[in-house]
Design a protein around this ligand. Structure first.
Ligand SMILES: [Fe+2]
Ligand SMILES: [Fe+2]
Length: 135
């Protein structure tokens, strides 16, 4: 049973962004599993790869919207995306070079991202886009 289920409180009001955010919820659940699972190393390796892919695909979705509609906080928002990308790549590098990564730290990082980025920064963007007629 997943530790976290998607619910409408997480919605930013733009369907393509919500769809992609569901992937992040899935990653939080995988990270939680990796804290408990006997195969944690294997799970974690795939998870960190997923984080890197997510950073490329999802952030570009939001950044295209910000660019297209002239979002005033574009720069600050993009900086946070950059920080996530750097974090994911650093974890990937650590794992590839055989260094131990604590699954609980990855879990906490992703849970914090949901709380601090999706539920605040992305919701602000969602409200702005809704005003522009994007849903
Ligand atoms: Fe997002
Ligand atoms: Fe974002």
């Amino acid at each position: 049973m997943p530790i976290l289920e998607w619910n409408d409180d997480y919605s930013v009001g733009v369907s393509i962004i919500d769809t992609e955010h569901k992937q992040l919820v899935g990653m939080i659940n995988k990270a939680y599993d990796s804290v408990k699972n006997m195969e944690e190393e294997k799970v974690l390796k795939i998870l960190v790869k997923d984080m890197c892919d997510y950073a490329v695909s999802h952030f570009s979705t939001e950044e295209r919207f910000m660019e297209k509609y002239g979002y005033p906080a574009h720069e600050e928002h993009e900086k946070m995306h950059h920080d996530f990308t750097v974090k994911a790549e650093a974890l990937d590098l650590l794992i590839k070079s055989g260094n131990p990564v604590e699954p609980v730290k990855v879990f906490k990082y992703l849970a914090d991202w949901l709380r601090n980025h999706i539920l605040k920064t992305d919701k602000d963007l969602g409200r702005f886009l809704n005003e522009k007629g994007v849903e």
